[in-house]
Design a protein around this ligand. Structure first.
Ligand SMILES: Cc1cc2nc3c(=O)[nH]c(=O)nc-3n(C[C@H](O)[C@H](O)[C@H](O)COP(=O)(O)OP(=O)(O)OC[C@H]3O[C@@H](n4cnc5c(N)ncnc54)[C@H](O)[C@@H]3O)c2cc1C
Length: 373
């Protein structure tokens, strides 16, 4: 039977960041993923600069061989309302393609890679786990995304959680489509649903377009997406039918999940732990940061009992706070929906509120420096 010091299930940004951070530890780290990379991941592909800083990625170097679209402003509004343009005059975010980005991170993670193999069994044997009947390890890190099998093993109840349900379509536009698309690559567009339970986006990365919509309500998602696409057509932003059907996926927002993140010889990172930021739905940065924090605990732990791994949960709370719910959500839950719709329309049309609250605070988190590793 093969063995390793740490087995990471899932080679997305959470798993590969954890392995990358563990490189100097001398631990034998294996990443097991059911997919063979490069693989697609349903995602908008928007990242904040902290992600690059934390992973020590030089934008100029990365962009030599991969798509890295600088974002210097946003066009925002409500679906059906008048948009507001905010210009920063310098890059405040980037657009990447997950097909490339995740592959790049995985290849440089330094871990041994087992690809194309899903987790089918997890059994306890003394102080070790036996994974798929063939790999013995004292520590399993669950980084398998929302439906991570390690999270399920630790008690996550997939059908009973309050999820964000989202759909997106990403494709390369041909010349005719480019001519019928008014979205500018450096100015992505974000349009909120009238009830503020979600938003639609248009991210252009060169000639690659990513259009999608996510909501904190899984009902009638496809009809919300259809309405959003109608709005884009009616306002001449995108006047052709999508050439590919939108694909869907779910994830959890931090502060609204009860997933247990540590157990004897097990911990969860990234979407498996339910860490996406509640105001924006950004999940890549918390996936990376949780992977780095987990690595910090793993590298210095003198054993992997639940008590020894609880330090990771403490680090997560210190970094992300006890709950991500903020005053808008708290007030919003007490107001009639009609009031919320009217107030939201007015706030979304306000330049100061758009720049300072929606963009700087909720989306760019400019008040929160990159994690120091
Ligand atoms: C439509 C949509 C748009 C989004 N847009 C953005 C965005 O623009 N910016 C942003 O920051 N976040 C966005 N997110 C959230 C973001 O995609 C996730 O938070 C992020 O991918 C989490 O990374 P992860 O490494 O935890 O999981 P993942 O990226 O999901 O990686 C998990 C890995 O585990 C593997 N795996 C799963 N099950 C098994 C198994 N049984 N056995 C072995 N391996 C397994 C998978 O193959 C996968 O490679 C979006 C999400 C959705 C659904």
């Amino acid at each position: 039977m093969d063995s390793c010091d740490v087995l990471i299930v899932g080679g997305g940004p959470a798993g590969s960041s954890c392995a990358w951070m563990l490189r100097p530890s001398g631990l034998d780290v294996v990443i097991l993923d059911k997919a063979t990379f490069p693989r697609n991941k349903v995602c908008g592909g928007w990242i904040t600069p902290a992600v690059l800083d934390e992973l020590e990625i030089d934008p100029a170097e990365y962009s030599r061989q991969h798509v890295l679209q600088p974002i210097t402003g946003f066009r925002t509004g409500s679906i059906g309302g008048q948009p507001v343009a905010t210009d920063y005059g310098q890059p405040v975010s980037y657009g990447i393609r997950r097909y490339e980005f995740d592959d790049f991170l995985l290849k440089r993670s330094g871990a041994r890679l087992l690809q194309g193999e899903p987790v089918t069994s997890l059994e306890r044997s003394g102080d070790s786990w036996i994974v798929n009947g063939r790999m013995r390890t004292p520590l399993v890190v669950g980084a398998g995304g929302h439906f991570c099998p390690v999270a399920r093993f630790m008690g996550a109840k997939f059908g009973e959680e309050t999820i964000v349900a989202a759909q997106e379509a990403e494709f390369e536009m041909d010349a005719r489509q480019q001519a019928r698309c008014s979205i500018r690559a450096e100015i992505p567009e974000l349009y909120f649903c009238a009830d503020m339970k979600g938003y639609g986006w248009c991210f252009r990365k060169g000639n690659i377009l990513n259009v999608g919509l996510g909501r904190m309500d899984k009902h009638q998602l496809s009809s919300h997406v259809a309405k959003f696409l109608d709005f884009l057509k009616a306002t001449n932003r995108l006047t052709f039918d999508l050439p590919v059907a939108p694909a869907g996926h779910a994830y959890l927002l931090y502060g609204r999940t009860t997933r247990n993140v540590v157990a004897d010889g097990m911990l969860l990172i990234g979407d498996a732990a339910g860490l996406a930021f509640s105001q924006s739905g950004e999940g890549i940065r918390p996936a990376v940061e949780s992977g780095l924090l987990a690595a910090r605990v793993i590298a210095t732990a003198h054993g992997y009992s639940r008590q020894q791994l609880v330090a990771y949960r403490t680090l997560l709370s210190a970094r992300f706070g006890k709950s991500e719910d903020h005053w808008v959500t708290r007030i919003g839950s007490r107001l009639p929906q009609g009031w919320i719709n009217t107030a939201a329309r007015q706030l979304l049309a306000n330049r100061w509120f758009t720049r300072e609250m929606i963009l700087n605070r909720w989306f760019l988190r400019s008040h929160e420096p990159a994690l120091e590793c």
